[in-house]
Design a binder for this molecule. Sequence first.
Ligand SMILES: [Zn+2]
Length: 356
Amino acid sequence: MRYLPSWLALLAACAAGQDLSVEEWEPRSTLVVEEHLVPRAKFPVIDVHSHHRSATSPDRLDAIAKEMDALNLAVLVNLSGGYGERLRTTVRNFRGRYADRFAVFANPDFNGIGTPGWPQRAARQLEEDVGAGAQGLKIFKSFGMSIRDPRGERVAVDDPAMDPLFRVCARLNIPVLIHVADPAEFWVAHDSRNERWLELKLRPRRKRSAPPSFDQLIAERDRMLRRHPDVKFILAHMGWQGHDLSKLGKLFDEYPNVHVDIAAVLYELGRIPFSGREFLIRYKDRILFGKDSYAPSEFPYYWRVLETRDEYFEYYRRYHAHWRLYGLGLPDDTLRHIYWKNALRLIPDIDASLFE
Ligand SMILES: [Zn+2]
């Protein structure tokens, strides 16, 4: 090599993989440790955070039910129920075929929010949707970020227009699963210090540069939680505070009506095997299993983090996390709460006979 001209040496170095981009660098682990793959959850599971199209065909539902059996997924909660006619179609398709395996949540119709009469109309619609079989209300993240009133003003998460809707939830005793904000890193500079650099490169539209800030959204959310102590809230994605469990713990201590799901934030729990384990044990009544995107091959990563004490194993979505995961080895009692007990307590009309 030392007899080659320098540009030729450079070329040879590139060919040997010495000039890689960060996206190309995927080092294998040389660590030799015990591995315990968990294809099937130890106890039956209610996935409280799933999305399926209203028109899912009977054949597709049969296939999903088979996949669920293999994973020990007892119940999937379809959060994309819609409202009105679409809600009725979703309930008919899912509950009509497998009443015990699927639950359906309604979504508010935000058209016309900010105009007179909307709060009462939305409340009436929800009542009708619950009458048609909806078992909860899901509010998508567009609420608080992109939904605007007719004057073009952003509708805040604690807007009083939502109060009648929440009063219906309290009266009918149905939970509200709400997604507020996004990972905090989406609001900070997209540079070499950003933990979600790769995601923001691949999905640039997720970057947030205009108001509201992450902190403002969380403050609005907390004011909303305070105003409705009789509504059972489930904050999606650990309220995007899985990276700061002391804050989340304070939230739980302050608001007994607040719960979280762990959908799509496995990478946070999997990097804190000690404090994460303590947290889940301590707040086992407040944490529910959720997955978000329905992909059968990805559920076993959750089982492995929650159930085993495996070390330093791969995660399935590199743009969420460039690090590897550790198992928390949760006790059976904690697992049962996260997997099904809390969901069974919060969501009406789930068949309790599916669980021990
Ligand atoms: Zn979701």
